[in-house]
Every structure is written in C-alpha cells, then in structure tokens.
Design a protein around this ligand. Structure first.
Ligand code: HPA
Length: 235
C-alpha cells in the first residue's frame, strides 16, 4: 500500500527503521552496513532501504529536515507500514557547556518551539519523550561498546536561522543540544502507540562558534550508526 510519500508495500519496511535526515546518508548506511539490501523508496529522492544487519531486519529511510518533513515520513511508517520503532540518527548543535564537538546525545526528551502538538487539542503542554525501551537499550549498548553518551533534553527547533538567537535561554534549562526533528517524531510515536528515539552527534557548538570538518562529521556519524545498529540488535 503506497502513500503520497512512500511507494513501498506494507511488508517492505522492517519493524525498526533508522532515519537520517539526508537521504544519501540512508544510502550510505544501507550500502556500508546492511546485507540483502533492497531500495524501497525513491519518491522525491527521499531514499529508503531495507536489509539485514548481522541477520536482523532493519530499514533506513531519509526523513528530510525539520518537523513537518519527519512528521510526514514517520507518520506514514508508523500508521501505514506497520513500523514499530524509529531511531532518528542525526546531527545537533551543542548548547550546554559540557557538550563538545563529536559527542553523542541520546534525546531523552525534546523541547520545541513547534506548534506540532496543537493538532492534539490537549488541555496543557505535552512533553515529548523517547521510548524508555529504546533509550535504555541504546544507553546499555553504548556502555557495552565503551562509547560515552550524554542523555537529556534536546531542543527541536523550527528555525535554523533564528532572529531571536534563543539558544542561551534553552541553555539555562540544561538543554543539551539543538536539532530540528525529535519532538515531532516523539509525538507521532506516542499518538500511534509506537516507539521512537533520537540519537545525535554534535556537529557544531554555535554558542562557541565551533564547527566540525566534513571528515570529522563522517567519522562521528559512523560511530553513531554503529551504536544505533548494535542497539537494534539488542532490542
Ligand atoms: N541548529 C539546528 N539544527 C542543527 C544545528 C543547529 O545549529 N546543528 C546541527 N543540527
């Protein structure tokens, strides 16, 4: 059953899907780490693949940038393709002082300036959180691999270019990093009764004017993918 944005049939996606923002990263992950790979989506060049990692079925689907985009793809995967768990694998800008370039972050919660939750017409403020099962599996896997991770809140912003320059405000609330997708992903998972987690590697620290090189981004990206895939094996 294809949807407006995903052309696959229902069984085309594995129960667990890794979601990088960049579709070419989805291709890189599939080609580098998966066996028996099949391309399952090419609509809008938002590439998706299904294969196996050390024998475990797993899919990789690009999400695009921002909450509207990941909102569409994750909604369709959860509600129309029978996907149970989505692990976003992305980059983030470090906010908290202790967060350094190339650090890994497990987004336990996701603050946001997005209006995404308005659709639920709740009588209060919704708190988007990661699935505890996925979060615990990722933290335990990181421990086993000897990979340090930072666990806490991220800020899912609708703005990459922010006239109000609001990062210092989020910093005072101990928010670890800024990215642009986790909150909508967590809300879609909650609404569908499914599971989601966002893992990020810190690509820049905007408050300190620090940026990784393309090569550093690639290296820290592969570390994050290995953590995500080993987490899937441990579920
Ligand atoms: N802002 C928003 N999203 C990001 C950033 C940032 O500085 N860095 C990586 N993803």
């Amino acid at each position: 059953m294809s949807t407006p944005h995903l052309q696959g049939e229902k069984g085309d996606y594995a129960p667990v899907v890794l979601m990088p923002g960049d579709p070419l990263r989805a291709k890189f992950i599939a080609e580098t780490y998966l066996d028996n790979v099949k391309c399952v989506n090419e609509i809008r060049s938002m590439l998706g693949f299904t294969g196996t990692y050390k024998g475990v079925p797993v899919s990789v689907q690009g999400s695009g940038m921002g909450q509207p985009s990941i909102g569409i793809y994750s909604y369709e995967l959860f509600n129309f393709f029978g996907v149970q768990s989505i692990i976003r694998v992305g980059t983030a800008g470090g906010i908290k002082d202790e967060i350094r370039l190339r650090d890994l972050i497990l987004a336990q919660g996701a603050c946001t300036n997005s209006n995404f939750a308005a659709q639920y017409e709740l009588p209060g403020t919704y708190a988007p959180i990661a699935s505890f099962r996925l979060l615990r599996a990722a933290a335990d896997t990181a421990d086993t691999l000897g990979v340090p991770v930072n666990v806490g809140n991220v800020f899912s912003s609708d703005l990459f270019y922010d006239d109000a320059d609001s990062l210092a405000d989020w910093k005072k609330m101990n928010v670890l990093a800024i990215e642009m997708e986790a909150a909508a992903l967590y809300m879609n998972a909650a609404r569908a009764g499914k599971e989601a987690l966002c893992i990020c590697t810190v690509s820049d620290c905007p408050l300190r004017g620090e940026y990784t090189t393309a090569e550093e981004r690639q290296t820290s990206f592969t570390g994050m993918i290995e953590l995500a895939l080993e987490t899937v094996r441990n579920l």
